[in-house]
Design a binder for this molecule. Structure first.
Ligand SMILES: Cc1cc2nc3c(=O)[nH]c(=O)nc-3n(C[C@H](O)[C@H](O)[C@H](O)COP(=O)(O)OP(=O)(O)OC[C@H]3O[C@@H](n4cnc5c(N)ncnc54)[C@H](O)[C@@H]3O)c2cc1C
Length: 419
């Protein structure tokens, strides 16, 4: 690290950051750079508050620490403690149990305090980034409404289908992993007491061959309601042809593979899932699925070759998307933002972005590789002809329960990297 810039000089310069994407990654960067004394503007495509979206997320000590650094406490408002991880079979027999002691949170519970903390006048909804131009001195973001903004730095935090990344690296496409995640949130208030009691405070796993179904409690999505929601995630192999069928709505219209609007998922596709739940899951978990309104998301891998090009950086899912088994999307985005702000605090812009690129590029590549390995046995079901090793196909409960969403400190290849 080079010498720190004198505080006075930093204040005089008052540099301006343009952040494309106002979800968690964008908001972590916005808050951290704002605290560093930058003028920060966030441009979000969606027209209104994002809090209604999102589902449950796992937390990591590192995420809690970044939030704490911003003065946001991970208290009961933000999380639900979960004691044990248990794997059961179709008959409900316990196959494996492991004490875990983790806090599960919900997307909106991280979004809300980050959003409230950032000046509302500098967060702009309904701004669709279209393209950028940059010189050695400045960067300009252009938006679909014809407006533009100029700054010293542009942060692409615009997610899986990042338009910023597409402009920098047109050949980088999200690669379909060969399976989908069926997801749902079921309020505990809608469950019969016996089912709620049976579910308890556990993180449930069921591992039908080549699949992974899990569910765990998270804070209720509706902040006006006390209690919990049950977050369901069920990874199921789906060939590309079948996915195209899933992405065709009842009127026959084909939607793009990564963007099937949940209300348009056909009733017969959902009915088949619920039927499979009855055949593959223990009765209580099948009942939970039955009571849910599930939607699916295709699982993708994304790897950007570089995270900094001139005055533009990629962050969060815009930079790398690791399959959700690492349970780290939000933590990775928070650590990207932390690394960016630390680098900018201590180094001149060019050196700072070089440092960011080197450190977060390595983290992202390792994270994607780990997540691919954890999902290989599911991918193998829809790509049986590929060469899979026995280790890749190992879906023993012990391995899956240890490695899925493990703590960062238990993953040496990630924990050893500097931020
Ligand atoms: C099944 C599943 C389970 C998951 N489980 C977990 C978990 O347990 N723990 C965890 O930490 N993570 C989990 N994740 C991942 C997590 O949701 C993301 O990694 C995280 O939200 C990254 O945030 P982001 O801000 O980088 O991207 P996003 O949240 O995708 O946000 C991108 C933002 O950019 C905006 N945008 C897009 N295009 C434009 C444009 N042209 N102009 C302006 N704005 C634009 C979008 O509207 C959006 O608000 C899971 C994901 C999936 C699919």
């Amino acid at each position: 690290m080079g010498a720190a810039l004198p505080r006075q000089r930093r204040r005089r310069l008052k540099r301006r950051a343009l952040i494309v994407g106002g979800s968690l990654g964008g908001l972590f960067a916005a808050n951290l750079l704002h605290d560093l004394g930058w003028q920060v503007d966030v441009y979000e495509k969606v027209d209104d508050d994002l809090a209604a979206r999102g589902a449950g997320i796992g937390t990591h000590a590192e995420l809690v620490a970044v939030l704490a650094g911003l003065g946001i406490a991970m208290d009961e408002r933000l999380g639900v403690p979960v004691g044990d991880r248990v794997c059961i079979d179709r008959a409900g027999r316990m196959l494996y149990r492991r004490h875990w002691g983790h806090t599960m949170s919900a997307w909106a519970n991280v979004y809300r305090p980050l959003k409230e903390r950032f000046p509302a006048s500098r967060y702009r909804f309904g701004k669709v980034f279209s393209h950028l131009e940059q010189t050695k001195e400045r960067v300009v973001a252009h938006f679909a409404d014809g407006s533009s903004a100029e700054g010293d730095l542009l942060v692409g935090a615009d997610g899986l289908r990042s338009a910023v990344r597409t402009q920098l690296f047109p050949d980088v496409e999200p690669a379909y992993a060969g399976y989908v995640a069926w997801r749902a949130m079921v309020p505990d208030s809608t469950l019969p007491a016996r089912l709620d009691e049976w579910l308890g405070e556990r993180y449930w796993f069921v591992l039908p061959p080549g699949e992974m179904m899990l569910c765990y409690p998270v804070p209720a999505k509706d902040p006006a309601r006390d209690g919990r929601d049950w977050n369901i995630v069920w990874y199921r192999p789906v060939t590309r042809e079948l996915l195209e069928n899933f992405c065709t709505d009842a009127s026959g219209r084909r939607h793009s593979l990564g963007a099937m609007p949940p209300p348009l998922i056909r009733a017969d596709v959902i009915a088949a899932l619920k039927q499979d739940a009855r055949a593959l899951l223990a009765g209580e978990l099948a009942e939970l699925v039955e009571r849910s309104q599930p939607f699916f998301q295709a699982v993708f891998d994304v790897e950007s070759p570089r995270l900094a090009v001139g005055r533009v950086v990629l962050l969060g899912d815009a930079a790398f998307v690791a399959r959700p088994h690492v349970g780290m999307g939000v933590t990775k985005a928070a650590l990207d933002a932390l690394c960016l702000s630390r680098s900018l605090q201590n180094l001149e812009l060019e050196k700072a972005l070089e440092r960011y690129d080197a450190l977060r590029g390595e983290f992202g590549r390792r994270c994607v590789a780990r997540a691919r390995r954890l999902g290989a046995y599911i991918e193998a079901r829809s790509r049986p002809d590929a060469a899979w090793t026995p280790a890749q196909l190992d879906q023993s409960p012990e391995r899956v329960l240890h490695e899925t969403a493990a703590s960062l400190s238990d993953i040496p290849e990630l924990a050893s990297l500097e931020i």
